[in-house]
Design a protein around this ligand. Structure first.
Ligand SMILES: Nc1ncnc2c1ncn2[C@@H]1O[C@H](COP(=O)(O)OP(=O)(O)OP(=O)(O)O)[C@@H](O)[C@H]1O
Length: 239
């Protein structure tokens, strides 16, 4: 049996455990109006190398669910296991450590810094509380991530010189450079034409062949069908 490993976030990794396992997750929004139940018993298990598409009409709670998985928010009830560890009520400090050690995030908007090159944008993800890693190691990590998404030749280009698809691939490289176990992608093709969107979906799927888990929120049924599983969020749960 493979021995458990420790990560940056001092978490025990159980190799046989799913990457993530959500059971009976609920989320109620309590604003100035009446409390509103957004998620009412979501179950989701993702293993290494698996891809899942989440469909659902606008407002069905897809982004809310992704923000719970990515530990930007916490569920009101239910259980969340990450690598077999119960993190349902994890405190913010540990959540932040887990976010940067375990997850890569990709959004519809690319959030690239215009005055930096593609490589410099990717390198930004390597800054941590202790400052920068060694320059040579950093450069190697950045080039590997750019190669992984097929744009190493654009390393020195600034975002304004890149197409939308190329910019999204820089954003994906930035998500990959820390070698996350799970990619959370929220409508990553929403701002792209069909052909470019297809390419970006292929790039994301490729990460699962290297062992990442992928959760893709999308409105595009063609993209969803390319994932290993398609789930539809309706009335706060998967039907
Ligand atoms: N911070 C918030 N305050 C109040 N309501 C919110 C907040 N965040 C989300 N909501 C509401 O919760 C519901 C679910 O939103 P969410 O963004 O998760 O849906 P979605 O399925 O991702 O929608 P879309 O496909 O349009 O992105 C919506 O009705 C939304 O208006």
């Amino acid at each position: 049996m493979t021995a458990p490993q420790m990560t940056d976030a001092t978490e025990i990794i159980r190799p046989q455990a799913p990457l993530l396992q959500l059971t009976g997750i609920t989320k109620v929004l309590k604003g100035q109006e009446e409390p509103r139940t957004i998620l009412s018993g979501v179950d989701l298990t993702v293993h290494a190398g698996q891809s899942v598409a989440i469909l659902g009409r606008s407002g069905s709670g897809k982004s809310t669910l992704l923000s719970l998985i990515g530990l930007f928010d916490r569920a009101d009830s239910g259980e969340y296991l990450l690598n077999g560890n119960d993190i349902t009520r994890v405190a913010e400090r540990r959540a932040a450590a887990l976010r940067s050690a375990e997850f890569g995030f990709v959004f519809q908007r690319f959030f690239l810094l215009k005055h930096l090159t593609a490589a410099q944008n990717v390198a930004m993800a390597l800054v941590n509380g202790q400052g920068w890693s060694a320059r040579r190691k950093r450069r190697q990590q950045v080039m590997e991530a750019l190669e992984q998404v097929g744009i190493a030749h654009l390393a020195k280009s600034k975002p304004t010189r890149l197409s939308g698809g190329e910019q999204q691939r820089v954003a994906i490289a930035r998500a990959l450079v820390r070698k996350p176990r799970i990619i959370l992608a929220d409508e990553p093709t929403g701002a792209l034409d069909t052909e470019t969107g297809n390419l970006v979906v292929e790039v994301l799927l490729n990460t699962t062949r290297q062992g990442c888990g992928l959760v893709l929120v999308t409105h595009d049924h063609d993209h969803a069908r390319k994932m290993g599983r398609v789930l539809e969020l309706r009335d706060g749960r998967f039907n």
